[in-house]
Design a binder for this molecule. Structure first.
Ligand SMILES: *Cc1c(COP(=O)(O)O)cnc(C)c1O
Length: 522
């Protein structure tokens, strides 16, 4: 294999790696891109008449030096940002195999709906009489979420999965305190859990007790049950779990924690493997966040804010945070203060200033309505099918720690197929960059050595999966055949090679310091 899927040579002997340096440092059609401040040369894109400042009207506080803004013409500014955007790998550029991220495609219809002025231009302080349509949209989304999960209530305001975890645990704490059992402080968290789970439990004032995983990737239900006791507040389980497996004993664990007087928090980040197929309420779950940016197609990360509504069981519903959305003869209204709450409601407080991420609500409802219940179910089935296709197509050359599958929506590999090759998970992932692919999730979950978690999602065609599989197979075969030259130095075709990510995280350089400013008078 010597060409990647953009037609560029990936063999170690190509021009860039044999030291054929260019004068500019640019390569191919890619410019080495400087900061906009370094590009600026003082010009501006418009002609303005000279300012004739009469007298100093600022009492001697007039600026004496240039302000130091980058000065570029319009085409230069446009080119700068377009060139930067081309350095991003994005779902709109190709397959994005990151695991534990779930669906990635953002349907354009969502964007159109979210920009309708009646939704997009609303101010969060607009009175309810003027926002009945938007409130009806939230209520309709709540109906979808409670129906799909089989849970009676949902808190809409949390703004991400982790924020939803906090919301769920605060509801659990309020319920325990109301029962006079505020002394229950221990939360059982499997060692395969996402890092946010123990972090949230600790942040909410609980102590974390780790539950081991079994060699088959499932949570050790017997160990979990043995740990239950009168000081246990809750268990926090992910289902399907972070190894991409459905927990077969989930109902039994739910019954056990309930019998021990605790609650069942479920991390719902992987709900898109089972949406429309399994109702979490039927599994005995008391609280579960739903990452709208994972399961219901709203943008991730830099593409837009997350949203993490939390569905609640009958026992936790009264403690849902403010604001509450109610409907009566006069229409929809928001309850913003505890004293206005209806009888029986004991909101534990509030998670944020307003009612949540309206822009994400309109996008996810748009997705749900365009797919319908059967379409949501099919998206889950297709996500699981794609992951199983990858697992089945790669397990003879890579190594799947939990056997032949089937898996849910993610295919998990470990690094034992690289043993003795000198190539690590990191090297293998970096070589994927030269092949035109973003790496998969690496070294997570922690229970698997050198983990590689691949989540192709429902939106990839068979052709796209086949191309990806072909690249991963070839890379694995090259590593095993001792052709390891390309791995150590990868990526060779990216604007940068390997960065010191630890240093960048620990000592980020966040400020650009200008060269000494020239005196404005010069
Ligand atoms: C993504 C994820 C979270 C956290 O969700 P955010 O929306 O990123 O805060 C928690 N648990 C699992 C398993 C996840 O994949």
């Amino acid at each position: 294999m010597s060409l990647n899927n953009q037609g560029r040579s990936t063999s170690p002997g190509n021009a860039r790696t044999t030291g054929l340096a260019t004068i500019s440092g640019d390569h191919g059609l890619d410019h080495e891109e400087k900061l906009i401040f370094e590009l600026g040369h003082g010009a501006i894109g418009v002609d303005l008449p000279d300012v004739k400042v009469p007298d100093d009207r600022l009492g001697g506080l007039c600026r004496k030096k240039a302000v130091g803004l980058p000065g570029l013409s319009e085409p230069e500014a446009v080119r700068h940002y377009v060139r930067l955007s081309r350095k991003n790998y994005a779902i709109d550029a190709g397959l994005y195999p990151l695991g534990s991220c779930t669906m990635k495609h953002n349907p354009r219809l969502n964007e159109k709906m979210a920009r309708l002025p009646g939704f997009g231009d609303l101010h969060p302080l607009a009175p309810a009489v003027a926002t009945q349509g938007a409130l009806a949209l939230i209520a309709e989304l709540m109906r979808w979420l409670t129906t799909l999960t089989g849970m009676p209530a949902v808190a809409m305001s949390p703004k991400a999965g982790a924020h939803g975890e906090l919301c769920g645990l605060l509801a659990i704490r309020a319920a325990l305190e109301t029962r006079g059992e505020g002394h229950r402080k221990r939360i059982l968290v499997p060692e395969s859990a996402h890092g946010t789970n123990p972090a949230t439990a600790a942040f909410a004032g609980f102590t974390v007790d780790e539950v081991p995983a079994k060699p088959d990737g499932h949570v050790d239900a017997d160990a979990l049950e043995a740990k239950l006791g009168p000081d246990v507040a809750a268990i926090m389980l992910t289902n399907p779990n972070t190894c991409g497996l459905f927990e077969p004993r989930v109902k039994e664990m739910a019954d056990a924690v309930h019998a021990a007087g605790g609650y069942f928090y479920c991390d719902g980040a992987n709900f898109n493997a089972i949406a429309g197929k399994v109702r979490p309420g039927d599994l005995g779950i008391d609280a579960m966040h739903i990452n709208l940016h994972k399961t219901f197609s709203t943008p991730h990360g830099g593409g837009g804010p997350g949203a993490g509504p939390v569905v609640l069981s009958e026992r936790l519903a009264p403690f849902a945070p403010l604001p509450l959305l109610l409907h009566d003869a006069s229409g929809f209204r928001l309850v913003e203060h505890p004293e206005e709450a209806p009888a029986g409601a004991k909101p534990f407080g509030r998670m944020c200033a307003f009612h949540g991420q309206m822009g994400m609500f309109s996008r996810s409802l748009s997705y749900m309505l365009s797919h319908g219940r059967d379409g949501v179910r099919q998206a889950s089935e297709d996500a699981v099918l794609s992951a199983n296709y990858i697992l089945a197509s790669l397990k003879d050359v890579m190594s799947a720690p939990f056997g032949d599958g089937p898996c849910m929506h993610e295919a998990l590999f470990d690094d034992s197929f690289l043993e003795g090759t000198g190539v690590t998970t990191l090297d293998y992932a970096k070589a994927m960059i030269d092949e035109g692919y973003h790496p998969m999730t690496m070294y997570f979950p922690l229970v698997v050595h050198g983990a590689m978690l691949i989540e192709p999602t429902e939106s990839e065609s068979k052709e796209s999966l086949d191309r990806f599989i072909h690249v991963l197979r070839e890379l694995a075969l090259e590593a095993k055949a001792g052709k390891t030259e390309r791995f150590g130095g990868a990526p060779r075709l990216a604007p940068r090679r390997r960065l010191d990510e630890t240093l960048a995280a620990r000592k980020p350089v966040l400020r650009w310091k200008p060269a000494p400013l020239r005196d404005a008078a010069e």
